[in-house]
Structure formats: C-alpha cells, structure tokens
Design a binder for this molecule. Sequence first.
Ligand code: GAR
Length: 209
Amino acid sequence: MAKRIGVLLSGRGSNFEALADSVAAGRIPDAEIAVAVSNREGAPGIDRARARGIETRVIPSKGLQREEHDRLVVATLEERRVDLVCLAGYMRLLSPYFIQKFPQRILNIHPSLLPAFPGLEAQRQALEYGVKFTGCTVHFVDENLDAGPIVAQAVVPVRDGDTPETLAARVLAEEHQLYTEAVRLVLSGKFRIEGRRAIAAEAPRAKAT
Ligand code: GAR
C-alpha cells in the first residue's frame, strides 16, 4: 500500500511542491501526499497544494499554546493515516506530544549544514560568519530546534559576490533534490539509527561525501 505523507508548511511551499512533483513522477515510489497542513492563513503553499488537488487544512497557530495547536495537527494527520510527516518551511517547534506520536517519522529540511546556523535566516548567518561552504540538511525532528539525527546533507559553495538571496536560491535548488532523496530513503526503511547517526543501507547521495 502506498505510504502516506503529511506535509506541514508555513509559507511559500517550494519544498512541498518538489516533494509533490517527485511523488507524481515516481522518484518517491509507492507514496502519496495525503494532506498539506499550514499553521498560517494565506500561506502560498496551501494554494499550490489546492491547485494540485491535494487535500489541505489550515490550522492557525496564532493564540494557541504549542501543544494545544499540535493536538489539532496530530488529529488531522492521524485521521488521514499519515505514515511520514515532512516539515517543509514549517516555522514552529514541535511539542513533545507531537514527537511522541510520530517517533522517527518526522523529517525537516533546513538551509544550512547543521549543526551550523540553526534557526532563522540560516543563509544570512552563513554569509555573515564567512563560511566558504554551506548547504542543506534533512534530519529527523526532535524537541529541539533544527536538531535530531541527520539523514542527508548537500554542500553548496559560497561565492564572494553572494547576497543572502542569491545564496538562498542556490541552496533551495539543492533542498528540492535532497528532500526527495531523504524521503525515498526513509520510506524505504533501508536505514538504521545509532545514537545520532542515521546510517543508510544504500548511500543516499555520493555528492555530499
Ligand atoms: C526553506 O529554505 C527551508 O529549508 C527553510 O524555510 C524555507 C521554506 O521554503 N526552513 C527552515 O529554515 C527551517 N528551520 P519553502 O516554503 O519554499 O519550502
């Protein structure tokens, strides 16, 4: 039976679209996107999901306690029998309640080589720090910000003339590919977790090594 993916987003939704394209094209085999959930009214990603005929839910987080909101989101995901939760620009920390409901079944993508530059504006942080290489990371989600065992990373060189915008655009192009590879690996089940290390039975990507 097809594995059911639930995508959580707060904004533009380009990573959501990349996943939806990969599912439709069979790059993520035996899977479907069961629902796209946003915590923000008017998130463009939700319009993108609707345009594709994917079920959407907006569950505003404004004014709710973290766990109160998470209970509503978890109920929606459970109703749709979601196997894997993918955070795609979902700008909220998850509560322990949420994490415990989907053990090792929540992924996030972040636009830096974690543990460097967690949090907001990771590409600007990288530029300001002066690193020569940055990139993106897909990791399992735990209660901490941009933490949890790393599934896959891709490296992006920083150019002298980069602005946060030009760097973010090149990182984003890598994000779209990396997320597909990571989701495919996790849904295949061909990996194990040892401590902080997620070890693939097959190499997810030669480029990042
Ligand atoms: C992406 O760059 C994603 O890595 C980042 O937000 C952007 C969302 O873009 N996520 C984080 O910074 C999480 N800490 P998108 O809505 O077009 O996918």
